[in-house]
Design a protein around this ligand. Structure first.
Ligand code: ADE
Length: 472
């Protein structure tokens, strides 16, 4: 990812981001930083970039022309998302950071003095962002804060591809307190449970401390957490049919856009913004219509289990793309993996993985490899099968080369993925096309349960080609 920063103080940005994890990512070329000194683009003498505001008032304004030309120098003719950091912007959040991290390039404009001539902002700015309700002397510190938060979400910056994703384990709760050596410091002991080696007691203790801390320090976050817990509890009454929604909430992916379960209803609309997937259950046709009315415009697909929703979604331009069985693994013990050479795939395997998929499929698989979520089975030094974890958290993409089928490789790959998901504290689940008898019986043999309902993936009509998330 490439960051361009338009500023009067490029040296401040370069010094601020030049060390630590971000400095290393810059050195390694995983991200890049291009600072543009606005002063170099002024047409006026003596490097002047500011002037008095028309209509009077305190202070000076940055003029339109140097800012515009500096932007041209950064973005060329390209349409690059351009953020103006200003206390008048909308709040910068983790969610916004994740959204910006999906851009290939980002321009950040740092203001100074009393602001910038409105006309140039109208021309170049796509997003107005504030890092908090206080006023700083300039936009450089906010730009650095944003770049740090965004860059650490770029695959490869933190070293281990999935570590930023896994933070969502404690989503909606603040982190629990942590302790390191020595065991006793100034007569304060490390809590006994942390020395017990009992992982489930430790996890329960941490969760309780995180809840306490959140309720006390961030009641707003705690209220959201409680709402999600209530929905998860309700869904857990029918785990086989609901595990997709439960896991989406547990992993901090799905947001509740609507529910009436408080009032004894059955309506739930979840939306996983990161992969454009909505999940919907409605009490009846009327609530189905209401829920489809509040689907976000950007939702690429909707996952439903109630046939009457198909018609309602058709009115919103979705068509059924695939009918599946949901399978899930409810035990805690890992599965034996009966193939010696299975490993996480790296970018060099991409050429062997795509198996004739379109360009979209290749991009999708590349993303999954970069996230550390694709695994390959190797035999005689070559890749003979692979499987992976989809961006929404399902296992899938299982494929074995024809010459290597019926040798237990598919089963070994599936077991391997189940184990990786268990390690992350997730409930392994997947979607198998209803007509794929062989895959369904493989799941059963491994001990995965199949849900009774048919899961229908509805896809937006505007999708030009088969959706890559559903292809495998
Ligand atoms: N510039 C000055 N103060 C700011 C803030 N709080 N957030 C973003 N940009 C700013």
């Amino acid at each position: 990812m490439r960051f361009h920063v338009l500023t009067l103080f490029p040296e401040m940005i370069e010094a601020g981001l030049g060390s630590g994890i971000i400095g290393r990512a810059l050195e390694g070329g995983i991200i890049s930083l291009h600072t543009v000194n606005i002063r170099q683009y002024t047409a006026e003498r003596h490097g002047k970039v500011d002037d008095y505001p028309y209509g009077g008032g305190a202070g000076m304004l940055m003029q339109a022309q140097p800012v515009y030309d500096a932007h041209r120098a950064a973005a060329g003719g390209r349409k690059v998302r351009t953020v103006y950091v200003t206390p008048q912007g909308s709040p910068f959040t983790q969610k916004k950071a994740a959204e910006f991290a999906r851009e290939e390039e980002l321009v950040i404009l740092c203001g100074h003095y009393e602001g910038i001539d409105e006309r140039v902002l109208e021309e170049i700015v796509t997003d107005y962002v504030s890092i908090g309700d206080y006023v700083l002397t300039g936009g450089e510190l906010p730009a650095m804060v944003m770049i740090d938060a965004i860059a650490r979400l770029v695959p490869g910056v933190l070293g281990n591809g999935s570590s930023a994703e896994e933070e969502s384990f404690f989503n909606d709760l603040l982190e629990y307190p942590q302790y390191s050596r020595p065991e006793v410091w100034r007569e304060k002991r490390v809590p006994e449970v942390l020395l017990s080696g009992n992982h489930s007691r430790i996890a329960a203790w941490r969760l309780e401390r995180a809840r306490e801390r959140t309720a006390l320090r961030r009641p707003d976050l705690y209220a959201r957490y409680e709402a999600k817990q209530a929905v998860r509890e309700r869904l857990s009454g029918d785990k086989r049919n609901n595990i997709h929604m439960m896991e989406s909430l547990a992993r901090g992916r799905g947001e509740i856009l609507y529910t009436d379960i408080w009032a004894g209803g059955e309506d739930i609309l979840l939306y996983d913004e990161k992969c454009g997937t909505a999940m919907m259950t409605a009490g009846d046709g009327e609530s189905g219509r209401r829920l489809s009315g509040i689907l976000p415009e950007e939702a690429e697909r909707v996952l439903i289990t109630q046939p009457f929703l198909e018609e309602l979604l058709a009115e919103r331009h979705y068509r059924p793309a695939q009918r599946c069985r949901q399978v899930l693994y409810t035990m805690r013990n890992t599965l034996p993996v009966r193939h010696k050479d299975i490993r996480r795939l790296t970018a060099d395997s991409l050429k062997d993985v795509c198996c004739g998929g379109g360009p979209g499929a290749e991009d999708y698989v590349r993303g999954r490899i970069e996230a550390g979520d694709m695994y390959g089975a190797f035999a005689e030094g070559k890749l003979v099968g692979f499987g992976g974890i989809h961006s929404d958290g399902r296992m899938g993409m299982l494929y074995v080369e024809p010459d290597y089928r019926r040798q237990g490789i598919g089963s070994a790959l599936e077991s391997y993925m189940v184990n990786r998901m268990l390690e992350r504290g997730w409930t392994p689940y997947g979607h198998i096309r209803e007509d794929n008898r062989a895959a369904l019986s493989l799941q059963e043999k491994l001990g995965l349960y199949s849900a009774a309902k048919t899961f229908c993936w509805m896809e937006k009509n505007t999708c030009k080609q088969a959706d890559d998330m559903l292809r495998f």
